[in-house]
Design a protein around this ligand. Structure first.
Ligand code: 5GP
Ligand code: ZN
Length: 112
């Protein structure tokens, strides 16, 4: 996906503040944080949104979800964290490479 922003971050073509990476996923700081901690968790493989997730992504999806508590703890979020996945224009998705927002800290925003 040559014109995908997050694929470019994965390829190192655009810099990002990387927090964790492995063979399946990358975690980096959101450029416009909405909370004290605001990370983006993305699969290495290009999946446009949750709408495009299929059975072949089971391993990746499970892996990403299971990393979230560990990532939150590493960020010092001892009392919990929020995970958001915006899907499609109606869901507020702006970047069409599947990503989970990992949010936490004192200034955690509400849902309004
Ligand atoms: P969405 O609305 O698609 O769920 O969220 C996209 C997120 O990507 C937004 O929170 C936005 O701040 C973040 N973002 C957009 N462009 C960049 C970028 O170039 N670098 C980083 N680190 N985050 C970005
Ligand atoms: Zn992509």
């Amino acid at each position: 996906m040559s014109d995908c922003l997050f694929c470019k971050i994965l390829a190192g073509e655009i810099p990002a503040d990387k927090m964790y990476e492995d063979d399946k996923m990358l975690v980096f700081k959101d450029i416009n944080p909405k909370a004290d901690v605001h990370l983006l968790v993305i699969p290495r493989v290009h999946i446009s949104s949750l709408n495009e997730v299929t059975d072949e992504h089971d391993d990746i999806m499970t892996h990403m979800f299971k990393q979230l508590p560990k990532l939150a703890k590493e960020q010092g979020l001892k009392n919990g964290f929020r995970t958001i996945i915006n899907t499609g224009k109606g869901g507020g998705q702006i970047v069409f490479h599947l990503h989970m927002h990992l949010l936490g800290g004192k200034s955690l925003p509400g849902f309004h």
